[in-house]
Design a protein around this ligand. Structure first.
Ligand SMILES: [Zn+2]
Length: 249
């Protein structure tokens, strides 16, 4: 049966002969795999829509209960041109795409995670495409991903004793810590702690509000990733690439 859906291409793999296998996140079907027949040929009308980091409308043959569907046609809505022209933005977008794919695979069958992750990814890519604030786009993506997975750090007072006067962030304890509970946690300035809290409270609709509190240094964003690594079992080579790029910039 023919189905139509909007979706974002996360990954493109070689399949048979001239075919690609696409991993696509959609608002209603979650993560789907589409076989794009003949898409490797330059003459294919679908080849343009088959590259990762593309928002498109897909018409496909639903082969339910199989998770592999046949792509009929695809109409590109956005190729995120400004992201593709900037290596740092590409690296940040790759982290978002890889993390989305991994989390959706890990949480397959969860009816809420798919749609929420789709809306988050779409909003963050769209902002990254038009904005110079790469760390805000990435920070909002990671903090909201933590929230969707139910593993957000505790940023209202000390996560151990509740003391409102906090001095550091503990990955192992799961959030802010006070002077009494800090043990070997890293101590941060009040300004850094405030920004970390802000990032954890913000939603994609708050992008422009966050801009007024710039800058958000990469190490603050990296703390969010540490939580995903510790509690979400996430480990991405695209994150290592992004970190190296930022460090050697
Ligand atoms: Zn405490």
């Amino acid at each position: 049966m023919n189905e139509k859906t909007e979706g974002i291409v996360l990954k493109q793999s070689d399949y048979k002969d001239n075919d690609y296998l696409l991993s696509v996140i959609t608002p209603g079907y979650g993560l789907i795999s589409l076989v794009a027949r003949g898409a490797k040929k330059n003459s294919s009308k679908n080849s343009y829509a088959c590259s990762p980091l593309t928002l498109a409308d897909f018409l496909f043959d639903d082969h339910y209960p199989s998770t592999l569907h046949a792509l009929h046609s695809a109409t590109v809505t956005d190729t995120y041109k400004n992201i593709r022209e900037d290596l740092l933005k590409v690296a940040a977008a790759n982290v978002m795409l890889d993390m989305t794919g991994l989390i959706l695979k890990e949480t397959e069958g969860d009816a809420e995670i798919g749609p929420a992750t789709y809306q988050l990814l779409k909003a963050c890519l769209s902002y990254l495409n038009v904005s110079v604030h790469v760390n805000i786009a990435l920070g909002i993506f990671l903090s909201n991903m933590l929230e969707i997975m139910g593993i957000s750090p505790q940023v209202d007072g000390c996560c151990v004793c509740g003391n409102p006067k906090i001095v550091g962030i503990s990955i192992s304890d799961g959030g802010f810590v006070c002077a009494d509970c800090k043990s070997d946690s890293i101590i941060y300035s009040v300004e850094t702690l405030r920004k970390f809290r802000l990032l954890n409270k913000a939603k994609p609709i708050n992008f422009t509000v966050l801009e007024t509190y710039e800058p958000y240094e990469f190490p603050i964003i990296a703390i969010l990733y540490q939580y995903l690594k510790e509690y979400g079992d996430i480990n991405l080579t695209s994150w290592t690439f992004l970190s190296d790029l930022v460090i050697h910039k």
